[in-house]
Design a protein around this ligand. Structure first.
Ligand SMILES: Cc1ncc(COP(=O)(O)O)c(C=O)c1O
Length: 354
């Protein structure tokens, strides 16, 4: 079976991990600091804070911005539940906003319409690596703190050329194996604001401001140097990872765009093709489609969720597009180590069952 994703690990990752194992320093340390410097550079940010997951990154970002009970936080409805659930865990209300029919990201207009005087922050997602219409959204949300959930969007660029992750007060990345670079589990927050960076550094480290001085009863959300070393080796190949993904995506789109409704990227923006998604036509049985693909040796998965249906975020307004993608969205295999033969098998199978 050709899987949806396969992490690309090489001798460089193995020797990076071995070097840390031999060094005697496994916890957060010099490798974590080096990874932070690389993420800051990649996103043109002044500060980066590495943490244990993309979810931890979102939670620290929300906390640094002071989100708590009584606040509303706008969040795209179509997503892995992390961002909305992080809002709820902090006692705030997640106000879900529907996504655009073609780009599958929330728009400036939808964010503006959902904004109230209780809106403390907005989470902007670059869903499946596809850049949101960042500058327009920032203009519509003036006065509201933006957290960019760029979990999937390392290496993607907005139409003005700026890197995804750099839109708002804080950008959050995930290093989960389905993402662009991975170390198993991990996340990174980036920001230009030194006070936010310091708040996140303290909160990831038991709330410890200085040795023995604790501001709050916080958890340990640090990244280990073992993880950071692997992530550093991955980031060294970022350009190669991105160009290989793009080459596969271009070839797949060439043959599949006529048969499937695919995600559209805003003019001038650049996606990293983190997930190659499609929206099946109404009435098409997704489970039968997935079984047909599997019979041809190709793994197809469900695309994502409309978070209002998962039971944790309370009553929400109508979310027709997120529901359509929740019901009929599918993900196709795309990963840098996919061989040309595997790619041909994927395309042939998907053409045959379209
Ligand atoms: C949009 C989005 N945000 C956040 C996350 C959470 O990242 P992690 O799995 O590293 O906690 C994910 C992971 O799938 C995601 O897709």
């Amino acid at each position: 079976m050709i899987p949806l994703a396969r992490p690309w690990m090489t001798a460089a990752e193995e020797s990076a991990a071995a070097e840390v194992l031999r060094s005697g320093w496994l916890a957060s340390g010099p490798k974590t600091q080096a990874l932070e410097a690389v993420f800051a550079e990649l996103t043109q940010a002044d500060h980066a804070v590495a943490v244990s997951s993309g979810t931890a990154a979102l939670e620290l970002a929300l906390r640094a911005l002071g989100v708590g009970p009584g606040d509303e936080v706008l969040c795209p409805a179509l997503t892995w539940p992390s961002p909305a659930h992080a809002v709820v865990r902090l006692g705030a209300r997640a106000v879900l906003v529907d996504v655009d029919a073609e780009e599958w990201n929330t728009t400036a207009e939808a964010f503006a319409a959902a904004r109230t005087e209780r809106t403390k922050a907005a989470i902007v997602i670059d869903q499946f690596g596809n850049p949101a219409r960042g500058p327009a959204i920032a203009a519509a949300l003036e006065g509201v703190a933006i957290i960019e959930d760029a979990a999937c969007a390392l290496g993607s660029r907005f139409a003005d050329g700026s890197p995804c992750g750099s839109l708002g007060a804080i950008g959050c990345f995930s290093l989960h194996p389905r993402k662009i670079v991975t170390c198993g589990e991990g996340g990174v927050c980036v920001t230009d604001d030194p006070a936010l960076a310091e708040a996140m550094r303290i909160a990831r480290n038991h709330g410890q401001r200085a040795v023995g001085v604790f501001d709050a009863p916080d958890a340990n959300l640090r990244m280990s140097d073992l993880s950071a070393a692997v992530a550093l080796a991955q980031v060294e190949r970022l350009e190669e990872i991105l160009s290989t993904r793009r080459a596969h995506a271009v070839a797949m789109r060439e043959r599949l765009a006529e048969r499937y409704q695919l995600q559209r990227t805003p003019e001038g923006a650049e996606t990293n093709h983190q997930t190659f998604g499609a929206l099946l036509p109404e009435g098409r049985d997704r489970e039968a489609f997935i079984a047909d693909a599997a019979a041809r040796g190709v793994q197809v998965g469900r695309l994502s969720y409309s978070v209002d249906r998962l039971g944790q975020v309370g009553e929400q307004g109508p979310l027709p597009m997120a529901h359509a993608l929740d019901d009929r969205g599918v993900a196709f295999p795309l990963f840098p180590t996919m061989t040309l033969e595997e790619r041909a098998t994927v395309i042939d199978a998907l053409e045959a069952i379209a």
